[in-house]
Ligand binder design. Structure first.
Ligand code: PMV
Length: 356
């Protein structure tokens, strides 16, 4: 590092993503048992500013993390653990006081997982800081190696964060069916997606914003002794290969079959863990029945997926918005907590707001 007395400011905006093929079960340092595929979102995102100032003692990580202008001690602890993991690779982190100021575009208590957008925004700031300190000339835009590295480092903070570094559809996890795929980092889609899937609407029904009874971390761990673990990993790989074909062909019927199969399997795995648990809400089930009935009667290719929680992501083509929105307002809004609904769609990936 050449310029270790520099102060600086960097700001990145990074999106959340929704997995269509789910990652559930991990080993070692956030290595997934199966490959996953996600769609990057556009509206649900985190903006993080990093202000770094040199400090005299360089033994320990020193940081503050403000979320929406307020201290966030829980997340600050997670960030500190991530920094400690990154220290061997980024030794300059101990030379500075790091102040992070973060903000989410979606309500904090909406039940939307923010770790993917938050961890990826944070790691992007650190990777930019490294570039500034290196003293090397910075090209007009960051190259593929920059994002690949950021994806690998974001993975250490949260597995799904590795996929937030790219727009559109993103694959994380090694499979010999996908060239250049890796367990260490995510890669952007390597083929041209059918126009039907270039812009997909994702309307998120906030059924409940209560904190989950069982964290994702605990859920991943329960996969270690799960009786259905092996068949699940096999199924995920099969669904991945199939959805890759579907995204190229533009086949909504098959897209709906796969995404719903993945969503229901994720929750079935939770229910059949030992001990088993349920993250669905009665209104999730009522909404699912209504969604399927609407699809059958209207022939609009409306489908759904679920995260590790009760909220529903409704996926549909942009061209069907005029039919789907009235249905959501009339039939589904009442099932949401305080009628909370987030209107999102396919997004194009992180943006640097300012920096080198
Ligand atoms: O990234 P984590 O450790 O929070 O796990 C995410 C797990 C799911 O959201 C349920 C699936 C996925 O692939 O994003």
């Amino acid at each position: 590092m050449k310029n270790n007395q520099l102060s600086g400011r960097i700001k990145w905006q990074s999106p959340s993503n929704i997995a269509l093929i789910k990652y559930w079960g991990k080993k070692g340092f956030q290595i997934p048992y199966n490959p996953s595929l996600s769609m990057t979102l556009s509206e649900a995102r985190t903006e993080t500013e990093l202000i770094f100032t040199p400090k005299s003692d360089n033994r320990e990580i020193s940081l503050t993390y403000l979320f929406g202008g307020l201290p966030q001690s829980e997340f600050e602890k997670k960030v500190k653990s991530l920094m400690e993991l990154l220290l061997p690779e980024m030794p300059f982190l101990a030379d500075y006081h790091l102040e992070f100021r973060s903000w989410n575009s979606f309500p904090h208590s909406s039940g939307i997982a923010s770790s993917a957008s938050a961890m990826s925004a944070l790691v992007l700031c650190l990777c930019s800081m490294e570039k500034i300190l290196s003293g090397e000339p910075i090209p007009p835009s960051y190259d593929a190696d920059f994002f690949r590295r950021a994806s690998r480092l974001a993975r250490l903070g949260s597995g799904s964060a590795s996929r937030s570094l790219y727009g559109g559809y993103v694959i994380w996890g090694k499979t010999h069916h996908v060239p250049d795929s890796s367990d260490e980092y995510a890669i952007p889609m390597y083929f041209e997606v059918h126009p039907e899937f270039e812009q997909v609407s994702d309307t998120i029904l906030i059924i409940s914003s209560r904190e989950k009874k069982v964290s994702s971390r605990a859920g991943h761990e329960l996969m270690l002794n799960h009786p259905f673990a092996e068949p699940r990993y096999w199924q995920a790989e099969k669904n991945l290969i199939r959805i890759i074909e579907v995204l190229q062909k533009g086949d909504w019927t098959e897209f709906a079959r796969i995404t719903e199969n993945e969503a229901l399997t994720l929750h079935a795995l939770m229910m059949t863990s030992n001990p088993g648990y349920l993250l669905l809400h009665p209104n999730t089930l009522i909404a699912i029945e209504k969604i399927v009935a609407f699809r059958d009667s209207s022939h609009v290719p409306l489908t759904f997926t679920l995260d590790a929680g009760p909220n529903i992501h409704l996926l549909y083509p942009k061209s069907s918005v005029h039919k789907v929105l009235p249905f959501i307002q009339e039939e589904l809004a009442n099932l949401c907590e305080n009628q909370q609904i987030i209107y999102d769609r396919t997004g194009s990936g992180p943006i640097q707001i300012f920096g080198p």
